[in-house]
Ligand binder design. Sequence first.
Ligand code: SR1
Ligand code: MG
Length: 427
Amino acid sequence: MISVPPGYVAQTTSTLAACLARVPHLAERLGGKPDAWHIEEVGDGNLNLVFKVYGPRGAMAVKQALPYVRLVGESWPLPLSRAHYEHTALSEQAKHTGRLTPEIYHYDDKLALIAMELLEPHIIMRHGMIAGIEYPRFAGDISTFMARTLFFTSDLALAADRKKAMIGAFSGNTALCKITEDLIFTDPYRIADLNRWTKPFLDAYAARWREDDDLKLAASRLKLKFMSSAEALLHGDLHTGSVMLTTQDTRVIDPEFAFMGPMGFDVGAMVANFLLNYFSQDGHEDQAGARNSYRAWILQTLVQIWNDFAEKFLALWRGHATGDAYPSSLFQGELGAIRLEAERRAYMSRLWTDTLGFAAAKMIRRILGLAHNIDLEKITNERVRATCEARALTLARDMMVNPGGYPDIAAVAAAARSMRAWTPEFS
Ligand code: SR1
Ligand code: MG
């Protein structure tokens, strides 16, 4: 039996009502008597319990951390403290992005439980993209979320003491960082018990990826950056499963992997998930070409996400440079302003290179590592799935070892389009 701190009890649909009833403002929000509340467990993520709770007056979502990795079971213990980091990150993100995060109603540290706004009729974005739904607001919303959370928690906006306090506040989230360090940057490139891939089609790919020194060096360089560059507060797991939305409203959820890390890691996660979904569409269309216009939307949105993000981030830097980095007193006059603007452009270019590398690492891990994406997993014809995956793997490898070939996001979109025309040998 896994040990848990005193007071912690993993909730079930039978126990949760009594637990919520002990918090007067939650009971008030739900209305009526606890035995009239309808509760469902709906968690389909890798780590936690998630409940939907409906009362006569109102409703809420309740997320509770389990003391182990749900995907694997009790053999992989995981600290409950991740609920604390998630709650702290949600509060910080809400300060900068307002309604792009769910409203928090209550946090219980002992139970590692967060009660929050129930997002309905929102769905998990990954499911919407598998169904071929276009989200016209998404690029604007996610670029705002990333630009504002990353800028306002960086040295460009914060005084040095506040930035270091923030590093301290998130420095204990080591177990979640270790998952990323192992599952994204290490395991896909070695023989690891939990690795899996579409067999037998991708056997040769998995072997080649493990033997590729250029790739392993690039992945290790990214890992070092992830471990050592405390640039800003990251969401830490910003994929399309961490977004709930409708065509009119976007919310970013689940920042339990939050820590102070390199900005490109968050932006790269979004890029990776768009590319994976793009390649998966061949497995979701009922006849060849049926998803052509959706594929075009994916790539056009991908391009807009980076371009809008870069523009918004630069605008924040020009208008709100309240941090201790780049003191304005050093860049006075017309020439100073010109040099500083050139420096901003160079910064964005480095951030683009990081984004490209992290995106590639995140694509590879979802195909050769433990935790896969339903975008690809849902494709039941394994040869078709492996074809989509081989294309994604091949593009990702090139993005990681040959970043100079991708000067901008449009080049990535163009390469994805060409890669789709390539047929792997087993197909
Ligand atoms: C063992 S946890 C596997 C993955 O699930 C989460 O969503 C993160 O992406 C993590 O890497
Ligand atoms: Mg999650």
